[in-house]
Every structure is written in C-alpha cells, then in structure tokens.
Design a protein around this ligand. Structure first.
Ligand code: PEP
Ligand code: MG
Length: 902
C-alpha cells in the first residue's frame, strides 16, 4: 500500500522548476531544457517526469502513486499556457514524449512525437495549419508509425513497406511527393497494420496515448540496445531515464519551416565557426536518422536570415553560459525559431584538446578546468597511427569525416556479419546506407563505420564519436546494396570480404589497405615535432595541457622497459625512471644454451660456470639501460618465471627424443633435457617454483644478477654517468624470504660498490595477497614496495590471468559482476583494498617507504586516479602509455584539489 510519503512525492517538474544541475533527477535533456527556459530562450513549454518515477516504475511494473495526478495537473497547466487542449477536435495541442537520461545515450531509448492526434483532431490540426491537410495527415501517420513501433512493438518494416507502396502508387521515391489523399490512405493502411499486430484499434484517447508513450519510454531504459550501450560506455545500469513531455512545434509546415542541428564549434576538429545541418520542411528525426541529405547550416542564412541571426546569438549565449561546446537541436515553425535541446556536445579526442585550449585563451576556463575537460582515453586515441598516402592511393569516394582515425578492414554489410567476422579476429568495416540503433552490436565489433547517407549528426556519426570509433558518413557516391552484399563506387564493385580503408578525419574512402604512419601527437612526444613550430592547433593544445598536467601531478610516472631502446623511448615520452625491468627475456635467444647448462648442471662447478658465463652478458644489459636512464631510478626485478619456461615444451621434446631414438641417433643430451623438463613440470606453474622461491632454491642465480646490476652501476658511474639501481625481489609472501635474499645481496653490493658512491636500494614486489597483509613486517626489510597488480589480481580473485578473460569473463560482464575486467582496471574494493592496507601498514612501519605500481593497471586511467588517492609515489606502465598516465595523474591531482566536475 502506498504510504502518505510516496503519495506526496514530487515526480513531475515544470521546465521553470529545473536547472542544469539537476541531471540526476531530470536527465540531461530535461535539465538543459529547464536551463534554457530560465535563460529566457524560446523553448516550447513542457514538463519533465523524473528519473525517480522511472526507477519506481521499473522496480514494480506500475506507475508510482501520485504520478498520474501530477501529470494531469501539469498537462492542464501546459494546456492553459498554450491555449489549446490535447485532443481538441478544433485546435489540438500535440506533445512529444522523449526520453532523457543523465548521460546522453543517442538513439538508444524511445521517443514518440505528435501524441494527441486522432481521427478528429487531425482535422483540427489541418485547420490550424492554415488548411494544410497534407501536413496533418503526415503528422498522424508518423504518430501511428512511431507509436506502433515503440509502444506496441509493431515491426517497423511493415510501416516502411506501406510507405514504399504508397510512393510506388504515386510513381515517386520522395516522401514529399505524397499528397494529402495519399497520406490519408496511408493512415488507414497503418491503422490496419496496427490492428493486425496488436489486436486492437489505434487508441483514440490522447491521454491513453500519452500514458502508454510514457510507459514505453520508461521501459526503453532496459531495451537490449540501451543495456548494451550502457555497458560499452560504462554508464551505471540503475540511473533510469526521465521523460520530457513538450508542446510540439512543427518543422514540416512548409518551406518556411525546418529543423536542424548546430554545434558552437566543429565537434570533429574543434575549429571555431558555425557547424551543423539543416533540413527544410522536416521533423527532427529526419535529420538524426540521416534519411534525407541535409544542407550545411550556413545555407539557412539565405533561407531565413532572421532565424539564422537569432540562432547565432543564442549559440554564442549558450557557449558563454556553459563555457563549453554546445550542441543544439532546433526547429523553425513558419519563421519562428524554437530550441528543442542543448547539451555540452560530444566531440572527438582532437576537438576535446583543441577546444579546452581555446576556452582558456578566451578566458572562459582556467588550465585546471582544461585538464578536466580531456582524458587519457582521448589522448591514447590521438596516438593511433594515420594513413600514409604517398603510395599512390587515390580516394574512390568522399563523405563526411564524422569520427577520426584510420581504419582498414574487410567490408561487411550487416551488424551480424560484423560481429561474426570480428569474433574470428578479422578487422571489419561496417558499411550501411545509414545505421540505426539495431546496428549497435556491429558498430562495436567493427574497426570503422561507413555510411552512404547522413551528416555529422546522423546516428552513425554520433554513436561512433561517442565510442571513439572511426566513421565516415554520407559518402553518397557509394551505392550500397545490402541484399547483394555489395557496394559500387566509381564504377567498381566491392563485395563482402574485400578490404577498404576509411579516413574518419578527411572523410575519404580508399580501396585496399592503406599503410599507416605515426600520429603527430606521437611525433611531438618523441621530440621530433616542436610544438612552437607545429602549425597544428592540436599539437599546441596537447603540449599546453600536458605541461600543466606535469606541473600539477603528485604521482611520478615511470615506464616498464627491459632494453636500452625501450628505455630511451620511455624517456622521450616523459618517463621519470624505470619502474619495472623484467630480466627474464635476457635469458632467451642465443643465451638459451647457457640457461640450459645452468638448469641441467649436475655439480656446483657446472652451475657456477654457467652463471659466470651469464654474468658479463647481464652486466652489459644493465649498462645499456643505466646509460639511457642516466640520473633516473631503474628498478630491476630479479628473474621471476619458472625455469622450465626456458626449456622446450615437454610434448615436443618427448616426440623429438622418441623419433631420434627410433633412428638410432645419439640423444644423450636431449634425454637429459627431457628428464629435467619432466622433473620441473608443475601443474600450476603460476603458483609454483618462480620468483623469490627460485632464487632461494638455485644457489647463485640471484647473486649473479645482483652482482651484474652492481657492477653495471659502478661502470656507468665511473664513466661519469649516474646510475640509480633499485633491486626488486618478486613474489615475496613472507618477510623471511626477503631477509634471506637481502642478506646475500647486501654482501655482494658492499663488495662491488666499494667507494664508488653508487647506492643500491633493495625492495620487493607486493603481488601475493599475504605480502599485502603482512606489509608491516615486510617493510622492515624493504626500501620500496612495487605493487604487482597483475599477480595481485590473479591471486586476489583466484583468476588465472592467462585463461579467464577468454574463458568466462564475457558472462561476468553480462551479469554485471564487474563492469570491466579487473585485469584492465583495478578492482578498488578487493584488490585495491589490499594495496591500501599494504601502503598504510608499510608506511607505518617505515616512514618514507617508496611506493609504486608496475602491474598493467599503472597505465589505466581509472586506476591511476585510485593510486593517486592511495598515496603511491609513482605508477609505472608501458612506454606508450606514459603520456596517458602523466595526463591522468595531473587530472587526479587537480580533482583532489577540489574542483571536481567529472
Ligand atoms: C605483476 O604481477 O603485476 C607484475 C608486474 O609482474 P608480472 O606481470 O611480470 O608477473
Ligand atoms: Mg608478477
């Protein structure tokens, strides 16, 4: 039973009651409509049903108590304000019913327009439109179509077939050639379709239409495509959508009416200017669906100068008010401009940087705020390569550069085929005439998206930009034939499976695979492009924001690098040291034989001979790295993986030995190898003889590495350089393990270093849960901790890091057990808690203990924020991710300083 409290709960808000800060409650669209209303802009009147009402409906399957009455009251006030009533046969009020969640989910949820039309009010609408019967019947048929499809799940193709049939009968392919009689006939046909599929007549009661449409919008929050989109965009599943009920204004009343979309700056490049699309004599969904090709917004100036000028004034006002790029939907009804939506616009990664820089120049935001407005994922996108076009590649078509990037792949024409081929590891380009929300799966699977219709604001463009996926839209020289699985362009035919390349920056389309070259942003990071000389606004903006991030951040950023070349690259990318030098690869290649000798040694002498032969090689490895990292710390990790990984695989060796024996060959060596492999075989090698355990079992192994590190450091220092080695012991679970290794290492270091002035730190990885939980003890024997979050996640969750992602993570993601793989982004609650405990207890035992992370999470934007909050000193990641980590560390610092607007 409803309590008094729920009865009184406020679920419906007039536009004048809201503002842009109420997105949680009113959704993004509603909150911004309210904001524009309060700014005095021409917004058609309306009201918002809150996300709370949606959540209550979804929880119980029924409208919450009090909602119906509140809708009634707001509807009456809307009717009074407009001087019209819903369903009035003489002069009806019509409303649109639109979804609007906190985060924009373009096209993923439902909208129903023209609610309030029925067999009687359609006549009144024609009279109100100055006797324009065509318009009235067109509006009515749109209502039945949208309502049927979204509210009652009538298959959309049936309406489309009926529309095609009407056009065929009239001998045209253009909707605009249908006259009032044709459309009246179409309404009758649509009604029959409706009856056939629902078993009832199309509802004539406007209030019933309204209530059912509101319900359908609520329910569309859980539609499959919306769920998928949220998962992809990491939008929480429990936010619900608001519903906006707005008085209809009409862009399809004739040539002095129209509808459009505008951006206050170019959402693709960030360039200042007027960007957008306009479509005369049309309703909003025609533009977004890309059904008819639009004209550039500038052309509105010659079509309707007064509205155009007013629009420019409003755009400037909105941009100043929101201090950001805004995107706008508007309609002109008989020369009167109406604003239907605004929001801070989605933009490409490049535009995000460029716009943030411009807004600083314009004094609208400061540099801290500019840092907020960009993120590491965008920076990573800018580091992708571009097409290299000096190989004689000529474009075969040009569309709109809707979402930048360079993508090559096999052509597919359906979403299902895109998913299938991508699942087999193929790169695919999804080619469609236009996309619709049902294509979402295919868009996610594809490397790039190409459409032959639609502009920068078409569904394909908006969704691809949101996902950071390359997209070319509206390449209208391309004729797409989906049933034949073929496209034709420039007299050539391209079939499913043929390779094409698309450039989402220029909009150009190429046949075949175009080679790629490094991005300018990478050239800037590598130091081969001077930002002062670059005439590229993007490079300048990146430089400026990175400089601020570096000044703001508290976390240092190091790189994981195992060779001199990697170390050099990492340094160019801004690494302040090496956080993890894995030494195991140094035991491969032509050193394999020495390692085999070590493993197969039967006597102490054999073993020490093998180690003695490895020592100078290891020393040279470290000399190269210390030279590159002159003056910066280098954490060298002693050998970690089980030794049998350095031997041939058991099955292969067994077969080889058997075959050789059969042939009567001398296989004594191979037999010894096989016996060793058998001896060392482990059921769970990841939990077996590796890391510190190996160091404690194979005498002299760690000692050789420690000696090589110390000798290399001394040599580089004697050359006049400065080596700062940090020796790191892997897989420690108990302080006694570390103490044993440490005691031996200290002796060797003292002996080698002498009076050279070299200082060698000794620390440990924290990657076994027990180490995290006994960090206070371990800190007594460690000068630093480096969190190995790969193993800590593996052992914290009990997930085999090599198996689970392919085996069953898809199901865990589907069930929402986690929103992203814990190997990609740190699990704050569990594994993150282990990190926090170890950091706190380690520092309590040894104030000033140096703390870092060197697992993959060190380069993950979300995780960097977490490590900042835990108080680590540095993150370490692969060289290519160093700039991303620098940026995110700067953002984390600025956010904790208090100006959080994420
Ligand atoms: C880790 O476990 O996080 C780590 C850095 O070590 P590796 O990935 O080499 O096991
Ligand atoms: Mg590890």
């Amino acid at each position: 039973m409803a309590t008094q409290e729920t009865v009184d709960h406020k679920y419906v808000y007039d536009f004048a009651e809201g503002n842009r800060d109420l997105k949680d409650l009113l959704g993004g669209k509603g909150a911004n409509l309210a904001e524009m209303t309060n700014l005095g802009l021409p917004v058609p009147p309306g009201f918002i049903i809150s996300t709370e009402a949606c959540k209550a409906y979804l929880a119980t399957g029924e409208e919450p108590a009090g909602l119906a009455g509140q809708i009634e009251a707001h509807l009456e006030s809307l009717e009074r304000g407009m001087g019209r009533r819903l369903g009035d046969p003489d002069d009806p009020l019509l409303v649109s019913v639109r979804s609007g969640a906190k985060f924009s989910m373009p096209g993923m949820m439902e909208t129903v327009l023209n609610v309030g039309l029925n067999d009687r009010s359609v006549v009144g609408l024609a009279a109100r439109a100055g006797g324009n019967e065509r318009f009235a019947w067109d509006s009515y048929r749109r209502l039945i179509q949208m309502f049927g499809k979204t509210v009652c799940e009538v298959p959309g193709e049936e309406f489309e077939h009926a529309l095609d049939e009407a056009k065929r009968a009239r001998g045209t392919t253009d909707d605009l050639d249908l006259d009032a009689d044709d459309l009246h006939g179409l309404v009758d046909a649509y009604k029959k379709i409706f009856l056939k599929h629902t078993g009832r007549d199309f509802p004539q009661s406007p209030r019933e239409q309204l209530d059912l449409a509101i319900r359908a919008v609520f329910e569309s929050w859980n539609a499959e495509r919306a769920v998928l989109y949220r998962r992809q965009e990491r939008i929480p599943a429990d936010l619900g959508t608001a519903v906006n009920v707005v008085a209809m204004v009409f862009g399809n009343l004739g040539p002095d009416s129209g509808t459009g979309v505008a951006f206050t700056r170019d959402p693709a490049s960030g360039a200042q200017g007027i960007y957008g699309d306009y479509l005369a004599n049309a309703q909003g969904e025609d533009v977004v669906a890309g059904i008819r090709n639009t004209v550039p917004l500038q052309e509105l100036e010659s079509i309707d100068k007064r509205s155009y000028d007013e629009l420019l004034v409003i755009m400037a006002r909105l941009e100043g008010h929101y201090r950001d790029l805004c995107d706008i939907e508007f309609t002109i009804e008989r020369g009167k401009l109406w604003m239907l939506q605004t929001r801070v616009g989605k933009r490409t990664a490049a535009a995000a940087f460029v716009i943030a820089g411009q807004l600083v120049d314009e004094g609208l935001i400061d540099l801290d705020e500019a840092l907020h407005r960009v993120n590491g994922a965008q920076l990573a996108q800018l580091m992708f390569p571009r097409f290299q076009l000096d190989h004689g590649f000529e474009p075969v078509a040009k569309g709109v550069g809707a979402s930048p990037g360079a993508a090559s792949g096999k052509v597919v024409f359906t979403s299902a085929r895109a998913v299938e081929l991508a699942g087999e590891g193929e790169a695919v380009i999804l080619v469609r005439r236009e996309t619709n929300p049902d294509d979402l799966n295919g868009m996610i699977a594809a490397r790039g998206i190409l459409t032959s219709r639609g502009g920068k604001t078409s569904h394909a463009a908006v969704v691809a930009r949101g996902m950071g996926k390359t997209c070319v839209s509206g390449a209208d020289e391309i004729d797409v034939n989906v049933p034949a699985r073929r496209l034709t362009v420039a007299g050539q035919s391209v079939s499913e499976g043929d390779v094409i390349s698309i450039d989402g920056t220029t909009g150009k389309v190429y046949l075949g695979e175009v080679p790629v070259m490094p991005s300018e942003v990478v050239r800037y990071f590598e130091g081969t492009l001077d930002p002062a000389e670059a005439d590229d606004a993007l490079v300048k903006a990146v430089h400026r924001i990175m400089t601020h991030a570096d000044a703001a951040r508290r976390l240092a950023v190091r790189a994981n690098a195992d060779t001199g070349a990697d170390a050099a690259r990492a340094r160019r990318f801004g690494a302040q040291g090496i956080g993890l030098c894995r030494t195991e690869h140094m035991f491969l290649g032509d050193r394999r034989e020495l390692v085999e000798r070590l493993i197969l040694a039967r006597t102490d002498t054999e073993r020490s001979d093998a180690l003695a032969a490895l020592l100078p090689l290891q020393r040279d490895d470290f000399v190269a790295i210390f030279r590159e990292m002159d003056g910066l710390p280098v954490t060298v990790r002693l050998i970690d993986p089980p030794l049998h990984e350095f031997l041939p695989p058991l099955e292969q060796l067994a077969v080889d030995v058997a075959v050789a024996q059969e042939r009567g060959e001398d296989v004594a060596k191979e037999e010894a190898l096989l016996a060793a492999v058998r001896r060392m075989h482990e059921e769970n090698p990841m939990l077996g003889l590796r890391g510190v355990r190996l160091g404690l079992v194979i005498p002299g192994l760690f000692a050789m590495q420690v000696r090589a590190i110390a000798e290399a450091a001394v040599r580089v220092t004697r050359e006049g350089g400065s080596a700062c080695p940090e020796i790191m012991v892997p897989l420690v679970g108990a302080v006694q393990e570390l103490e044993t290794v440490r005691a031996e290492a200290e002796k060797i270091i003292a002996e080698v270093v002498g009076d050279s002035g070299v200082e060698v730190l000794i620390g440990t990885m924290i990657e076994v849960p027990r180490a995290a939980l006994t960090a206070g003890q371990i800190a007594e024997a460690a000068e630093f901790f480096s969190f190995g979050t790969n193993d800590l996640t593996q052992m914290g969750w009990g997930f085999s890091r090599d198996d689970v992602e392919g085996a069953f993570f898809w199901r865990y993601l589907e069930l929402g057990i986690f929103g992203i793989s814990p190997f990609e982004s740190i699990d704050r609650d569990g594994v993150g808690r282990l990190v926090r405990i170890a950091a706190e207890e380690g520092r309590a035992a040894r104030p000033g203990l140096k703390l870092g992370v060197c697992g993959e999470h060190g380069g993950d934007p979300e995780s960097v924020h977490f490590f900042h909050s835990v108080g680590l000193d540095y993150v370490s990641c692969s060289p290519f991710r160093v700039p991303v980590a620098r940026l995110e560390a700067g953002r984390a610092a600025v956010e904790t300083a208090g100006s959080d607007s994420r």
